[in-house]
Write a protein of this length. Sequence first.
Length: 147
Amino acid sequence: MMTSQYIEEALTKASFIRKMFEQGIELKKKFGAENVFDFSLGNPDLDPPKEFFEVLRDFIQNPAKGVHGYMPNAGFPDVRESVAQKVSRDQQINVPGSHIIMTCGAAGGMNAIFKTILEPGDEVIVPRPCFVEYGFYIHNHGGEMVR
């Protein structure tokens, strides 16, 4: 149940992450971006490989018909199959593409999973350190975070 105390505490924690992010921006200005490693929001600190830009350039210059439409809910089948092959190789198990669902970021995926499997009061074990938002995702779907 969301009490006013829970909401107040949640806002404080969420604000803390934002404050860390803002502080990271200031520290980069002061000491140089190459000297500050900001892990507050999980933003990548590496540029994409050159191949990414080559594929993107080719995609822009040679657009396929219908590329700006919606994808199937679970994601494009060829992408799902590619991810399944990588997971199968890396984990040495057989994962079919039909078992892969693409999401817009980890938060979307975690929220979909928690909405699907959590019953009120279920405990979710989360190793530390962790992103503070995990607790909100779990609580929003009736679970309790255990560290």
